[in-house]
Design a binder for this molecule. Sequence first.
Ligand SMILES: Nc1ncnc2c1ncn2[C@@H]1O[C@H](COP(=O)(O)OP(=O)(O)OP(=O)(O)O)[C@@H](O)[C@H]1O
Ligand SMILES: [Mg+2]
Length: 273
Amino acid sequence: MAMLRALGHIRRMRGGAQSHLMRCSDGHYYVVKFQNNPQHPRILVNELLGTFLAKHLGLPVTPVAVIEVSPELIRLTPELCVELPRARVPCSPGLQFGSRYPGDPHRVTMLDFLPDELLMQVSNLHEFAGMLVFDKWTCNTNGRQTLFFPRELGDREQAERVYETVMIDQGFCFNAGEWTFPDAPLRGLYARNKVYSGIIGRESFDPWLERLEKNVSERLLHKLIGEIPPAWYADDLDSVNRLGEQLLRRRGRVPELILSARNTTRRPFPNWV
Ligand SMILES: Nc1ncnc2c1ncn2[C@@H]1O[C@H](COP(=O)(O)OP(=O)(O)OP(=O)(O)O)[C@@H](O)[C@H]1O
Ligand SMILES: [Mg+2]
């Protein structure tokens, strides 16, 4: 994984973690979450580990990186601060989490939502089924969040599939700072049922369930945990390892967790009859 330096501040992003868009040493832009964000230092662990794991399930994610922010840059940039109810404190220097902005933020606008009518124009809409496998497995206690952006269309592609979606915000996987798994039927679902219209039965989740069994091993978790800066988990390696063990053990529960979502009165999968 790349280890990068932040070179400049662009703007503050909205949201509970108070992230900042920054230009980094690889020439790309990253949305950076700081160790002293108002949610929990562990959400940086969740973002990095969660995104790696989603990638190993074959899901669409943005590249992520550990980003070093120097004390000088923070000192010279008054906007780099955390707003607390009664105080403003500077963002912490050192190693932070970054999620790459797909493209140049001055030119490409990212959308947090698409209206239902436009969701049908998302080329990889079927991957929301795989995201649910991931979110049930990791017990994401926030709804699933993605970004939508216009695709660069090749000549022979259908012009009606004009958007693409990527997963962002794995911060509340493993129940945020708790690292527990309070499973509940509606947890982890995306806000719009429309994204699940391609689901026609259990088999619709199979590609990701298979990768969960095949690709995720004790060795992989050990390797991924090794990439996390220890400061993000307060040097408490026991707790991270326990998290990894629980993740391994939980893999087999995902089908029943999906079934219990299906059986709610929300009926999230309209075409699974
Ligand atoms: N890789 C990225 N590229 C572009 N925009 C991003 C990226 N990651 C996050 N954002 C944007 O930054 C904002 C905050 O991101 P995110 O949801 O991860 O943080 P958050 O503080 O948990 O937000 P919230 O509390 O609203 O869920 C969102 O508007 C999101 O669209
Ligand atoms: Mg969010």
